[in-house]
Design a protein around this ligand. Structure first.
Ligand code: SF4
Length: 332
C-alpha cells in the first residue's frame, strides 16, 4: 500500500510556567518521539486517555502546531516542519481537519454558502462563477439540502453542523483528513450517521483518516489500524482486529477491560488501573506506565521500553515482550 504520510520522531513541549525567582522553565512534554506512517485510503485510529497528547500530535502533523523536532513528510514532500507558512500552503490543501465541536468551529456570522465556499476561493479551486454550484454539490455529498446555502450555523442541529464541517474539509479535495473526536459531541443516534458518512467518503475519494478518539467502540468500527498513546508516546500499534482480540500492552488491556460489555456472561480478565496519570511535566523514569502497571518488574523502573514488532504488524513497547529485558511471549 502506498505510504501517504510519514511522521518521524516528532516531539512537542509547551512551557507551562517558571518557578519563582526566575528559575528553570517547566516543560509539559505533550508528544515524546512519535513515529508512524499512514497509507492511502487507510484509517489510523488514535486512542488514549484525555491529556495523553492525541490532539497535539494530530495538530503537529498538520503543522497547526509546529513540533520542536522530528520530521513530517506528505508523499514525497520535503520535511513539512522546515517549511515556511507560504511554502506550506500547497500541502495544507492536501490535509484537512474536522473538529470535535461542530458549533464553535463554524463562524456564526457566515452563511453555509460562505463557509463552504471560503476554501474554494482561497485556494482558487474553481472559477468564481462556478463556486455556488460547487457548494451545492458538496452539501449534497454530505447529505444536506442545497437549499440550505443561505442559512446560518445556529439554524442546524449538531449532526448537521458536523456535516457542514465535513463539506468544508472536502471542498479542497484533501488526501488526508484529521478527525479530532468528530462524533464525541453528538447524540448517540447521530454518531453512526456521521461515521457512515466518513466511511462512504473514504470509499469514494480514497481519503486517509487520522481518527482521534477516546471511544474505543467508534475507533474499532472506523479504523484499519489503531495506535494506543500514553503520556505522549505510542505504546502499541496493530491492525484493529489484532489489537482488540490480542492486546499485548497492559495499558491497552486495561483500556479494553474498561469498555462495558452488553453480555454479562462474557467476562474477561478485569484490569483496574490504580493511581492517577503521572504529570507530563515530569514523566516517570523508565517505562512511563510503570507507576500504574500491574505487571511492573525491575527493569521497568529504570529502562524505557523500545517498540518491537511482536507479530506481523503488531508493535508494542513493553519489557514483557522484550527477551533482552527478561520478558518473553509467555508473559502474555
Ligand atoms: Fe508494565 Fe513494565 Fe510493560 Fe511498562 S514495560 S507496561 S511497567 S510491564
Amino acid at each position: 500500500m502506498e505510504v501517504l504520510l510519514r511522521v518521524e520522531n516528532v516531539r512537542k513541549s509547551f512551557v507551562v510556567g517558571r518557578s519563582l525567582l526566575g528559575g528553570k522553565q517547566q516543560l509539559l512534554q505533550a508528544v515524546r518521539g512519535v513515529s508512524f506512517c499512514l497509507h492511502r485510503g487507510e484509517t489510523l485510529g488514535l486512542v488514549g486517555e484525555s491529556g495523553c497528547g492525541k490532539t497535539t500530535l494530530a495538530r503537529t502533523v498538520l503543522q497547526l502546531v509546529r513540533p520542536d523536532s522530528g520530521r513530517v513528510h506528505l508523499g514525497d514532500s520535503p520535511d513539512l516542519c522546515t517549511l515556511s507558512a507560504r511554502q506550506l500552503r500547497p500541502y495544507r490543501r492536501r490535509m484537512q481537519i474536522i473538529f470535535q465541536d461542530p458549533y464553535s468551529s463554524l463562524n456564526p456570522r457566515m452563511t453555509i454558502a460562505s463557509i463552504v465556499a471560503e476554501p474554494l476561493i482561497i485556494h482558487r479551486l474553481c472559477p468564481r462563477s462556478e463556486v455556488q454550484e460547487r457548494v451545492k454539490q458538496l452539501l449534497a455529498e454530505v447529505g444536506l439540502s442545497p437549499r440550505a446555502v443561505n442559512r446560518f450555523p445556529h439554524e442546524f442541529s449538531g449532526g448537521q453542523r458536523q456535516r457542514i464541517g465535513i463539506a468544508r474539509a472536502l471542498a479542497v479535495g484533501p488526501e488526508i483528513i484529521v478527525a479530532d473526536e468528530p462524533v464525541s459531541a453528538l447524540d448517540v443516534s447521530i454518531r453512526s450517521q456521521i461515521i457512515n458518512l466518513l466511511q462512504h467518503l473514504q470509499e469514494q475519494h480514497r481519503i486517509s483518516f487520522l481518527f482521534v478518539s477516546h471511544d474505543l467502540s467508534v475507533v474499532a468500527h472506523m479504523s484499519h489500524r489503531v495506535a494506543v498513546m500514553y503520556l505522549g508516546e505510542f505504546v502499541e500499534v496493530a491492525p484493529t482486529s489484532k489489537l482488540f482480540s490480542e492486546p499485548l500492552h497492559p495499558y491497552t488491556q486495561a483500556l479494553l477491560a474498561a469498555v462495558p460489555r452488553p453480555d454479562p456472561k462474557r467476562r474477561g480478565a478485569k484490569i483496574v488501573l490504580t493511581g492517577d496519570v503521572p504529570s507530563p511535566v515530569n514523566p516517570p523514569r523508565g517505562c512511563s506506565f510503570h507507576p500504574r502497571c500491574p505487571r511492573c518488574f525491575a527493569p521497568c523502573r529504570e529502562v524505557a521500553p523500545r517498540m518491537l514488532e511482536v507479530t506481523r504488524d503488531h508493535f508494542v513497547a513493553c519489557h514483557l515482550w522484550d527477551p533482552s529485558m527478561g520478558g518473553a511471549t509467555e508473559n502474555k
